[in-house]
Design a protein around this ligand. Structure first.
Ligand code: ADP
Length: 255
């Protein structure tokens, strides 16, 4: 049996992703911007968390530092037991490819590849074979089985985002980071994508962290973490859209 060192966090109770006193400063001298000002927060496994806050509050910066897309100035960005702030660029690329799934507002599919090729691209790049059973399951649940040979330009926005979702999930990543995933979708397609993210948490035990400015989108999450001026400004458990909107209004009024 594996024993834990005294004082360390047991693996099972360790958050999937965590920031510890995370600081990010852009620029220097008079023009320096402290985008993250000592953020400490953990995101539990198999939970759907939304990060919200006014524009400029540090949401994107926090997500980028936790997703190995940017490096923090100080503090720790933890993915499982790995401190991303200690890794070099090459290892970070590998971490992004193999351990993290991404869903972006602009879908970020490669136009020359078919839907199926886009879905398996991160696996292909890291020399891994797709799990055919999971691939089939995802394609079925996401309703894109008859679109697999199409290129992104032949798909609707909602279908493209479902392909991006399949690409993120098929790697069985430790976390899926979604950056305004419904920002380019009509409300019906957006609701479908959010319901599918929710379903991935429930059925696959997926951990999802989503940045959004939309209280309705945040209403799909188990938890909403609020940021203001680069600091944690609130933490809501199972809030509905109304409670999220009220908390955001309160934050705006306090500025
Ligand atoms: P949000 O996602 O909540 O809108 P950001 O994380 O994008 O906030 O930005 C937080 C702060 O950091 C803002 O003041 C923003 O202007 C600043 N910022 C973000 N990226 C850069 C950058 N590359 N260079 C300089 N300042 C930046």
């Amino acid at each position: 049996m594996r024993t834990e060192q005294a004082g360390s966090t047991p693996v099972a109770s360790r958050p999937a992703v965590a920031a510890v006193d995370l600081v990010k400063v852009y620029g220097s001298g008079d023009t320096a911007v402290r985008a993250l000002d000592g953020v400490t927060v953990g995101f539990a496994r198999a939970e759907f968390t939304a990060i919200m806050g006014p524009s400029g509050s540090g949401k994107s910066t926090l997500m980028h530092c936790l997703a190995a897309l940017d490096t923090a100035t100080s503090g720790r960005a933890l993915l499982g037991g790995t401190d991303l702030t200690r890794l070099g660029d090459r290892v970070l690329t590998k971490v992004r490819r193999e351990r993290i799934g991404f869903v972006f507002q602009s879908f970020n599919l490669l136009p020359q590849l078919t839907a199926a090729q886009n879905i398996t691209l991160p696996l292909d790049l890291s020399g891994r074979r797709p799990d055919r059973e999971l691939f089939g399951h995802l394609v079925g649940v996401l309703g894109i089985g008859d679109r697999l040979k199409h290129r992104p330009s032949e798909l609707s926005g909602g279908q493209q985002q479902r392909v991006a979702l399949a690409r993120a999930l098929v790697c069985r990543p430790e976390v899926v980071f979604a950056d305004e995933p419904t920002g380019n979708l009509d409300s019906r397609s957006g609701a479908e994508v959010l319901a599918l993210l929710r379903q991935s948490v429930r059925d696959l035990g997926q951990t999802v962290v989503m940045v959004t400015h939309d209280p309705n989108a945040a209403g799909y999450a188990d938890r909403v973490v609020l940021l203001a001026d680069g600091r944690i400004a609130g933490d809501l458990d199972q809030p509905g859209p109304d409670r999220v909107a009220a908390a955001l209004q309160q934050l705006a009024a306090a500025r």
